[in-house]
Design a protein around this ligand. Sequence first.
Ligand SMILES: [Mn+2]
Length: 331
Amino acid sequence: MNNGLSVVKEAFLAAERALIVSHVNPDGDAVGSSAALAHILRSLDKEVRICLHSGIPEFLAWMPLPAPLVQSLDALGGWTPDMVIFADCGDMRRAGSEIEDFMQGKKPGLPRSGIVTVNIDHHISNPAFADINWVEAQRSATGELVGLLAEDLGIPLSGDLGEALYLALVTDSGNFSYANTGPDSLALAGRIVAQGLDVARFTDKYENTWSLARMRLWGRLLSEVRLHEGGTVACSIAPKGYLDEAGLGKDALEGFASWLRKLRGVRVGLFVREDGPSLTKISLRSMGGVDVQAVAAQFGGGGHAAAAGAELALAPDEAAKQVLKAVARLL
Ligand SMILES: [Mn+2]
């Protein structure tokens, strides 16, 4: 059941100790929404903790968090929440196996009973897994919902809160360029800027931070892009050795998949990244209404119609072959 903003607002006002969780390998929407929710709850004088199982990636390390960050429920020590909020999690598994255990009442030391769970998200496949669910799939970012919640509570979108929300919006809308960009997301961004966000300073902090090694790695990958299906599918493969040689982590490839959409005539971009032996991450991006979420789902992943991903227990070349076949069937 989808409850909407007002039920979430009541739960926020009633809670005393809130734990915010988001998905593993968090992106700007996950981190921005989590930070923004923490700002909101701090404004309401609640105790807040944030749990991100894989921590904050280096490219988002500059984001100020108004609450302690932990990477596991055990690290909370004796602190027990009375509300757990899922931000930007298409399903409960995305928050990590430990959180899933908690949801199933199987986490030692943290009983499921007596804790209200809240699910705020914009993934179309979200099964409304919490006690209270606010899922709007047409929203560009989870941060868009969080911004509406802040406004409904009368909390100004200024300072660090505005910046966290803006990060969420620009991340999931591709700097307001994807099909999910609409009047609502642009108007919210406008209200954030009207309340003081300096767009150029934000861009300097967030975008203009590349190392020469990263730029050269992208150049190498761009020079190796291959076209398939009569030029409608672009594929790029990043063997782990490329990152190792460049002395870079996988963060350095954040955003690369979306870059493939720039090729004229391409309807689907496939980016294949080798993370380890027989462990490959695939990222799919699409244009013109091709639903790549359906392809990602075939491989146990998920996401949105125009941006989806999955992890495959295969070598990168084999993963690319299988996913390209599934994409071809879709076109
Ligand atoms: Mn999102």
